[in-house]
Design a protein around this ligand. Sequence first.
Ligand code: SF4
Ligand code: SF4
Length: 351
Amino acid sequence: MTRTNTSDSRFLLRDDLTAFLSALSERCELWIPQAVGEGVRFLPYREEALLNLDQTPPDHPAKSILFPNTETLFRYERTEDGAITLIPQETTNQPLALFGARSCDIRAFDALDAVFLKRSAPDTSYRQRRNRLVIIGFGCLDPAATCFCERMGGGPFDEAGMDIQMIPLPEGYLFRTLTDRGKALIAPLASFFKEADPVTASQAEALRRKGAPHPDGAAVDFAALKAAVEAGREEPFWESLAAVCLGCGICTFACPVCSCFSLVDEGALKGGRRIRHWDACMFSVFTREASGHNPRGAAVDRVKQRFFHKFFYSLENGEPPGCVGCGRCVTQCPTCIDIREVIDHFQPGEG
Ligand code: SF4
Ligand code: SF4
């Protein structure tokens, strides 16, 4: 992705946002955060969708645009003579636009890239989506009390990974175009924008530089955390977490970084398909083998695995840490297991 030398700023009036999204949806596959039932999640755009930019962060992570909850990887057909033909999924070059994602969700894509693109063989399905992706990120004015992105190296106005950064202002939104890809996405929609006047531009710049009021602790020293977690592998602390963990997997499904999946072949004599769906290391049967043996049969081993993956194995493998500080697992865990307490336990005095 080519970053522009200077960001180009345009202003979109709040009242024009609906029409802008409708027009944008005609030029790409567009995903927006929308209210569905009692939650907010990123889903493909529909005219009748209820856009929600206010919830920080949305209940469900933006990772499903690249790593769908369930997807068919390929189909197969078997002819009468027994030959099998693989039928890959249809592909397209149409841009895939993610609108309104906050910086934490976008930074999490680095961790997903490490898993799906940078290990031994790139994942075809993920790579196709990633290559099409254009991101209109959202500057975060009101982080929740459970957000801790700054501790994890990010920040509410962190623009890393964005093609366009959208900054909310009283009358509308300043669009800062950061890459050529972002510029190309909105160039045909220039009539929706007006030039940002100097007052608007300086308001946005002040917000961006100041960040937002953010309940935060000290920045995490990942090398020290990794060493402390490893040294504490046998601590009774893990048992205290395992004692209350229900193994429900909510923390992993809510996490923009977690990427466990399972494969299922669904077929009959004449053909079928291979499906990938989200799975979770917190499920008791996740590692159960065909023999019945389960190397992580005890809850304490599963709890350790979750945090060791985030703060030890990923770093040991030269990959980004497994947490961007979105706080979703903190708010959604039914038994209030709080990853910030895990960090603070191993980095005493830093919280
Ligand atoms: S959400 Fe909480 S209770 Fe459920 S698996 Fe995760 S840590 Fe355990
Ligand atoms: S581990 Fe929890 S706080 Fe960290 S990125 Fe995942 S859901 Fe967010």
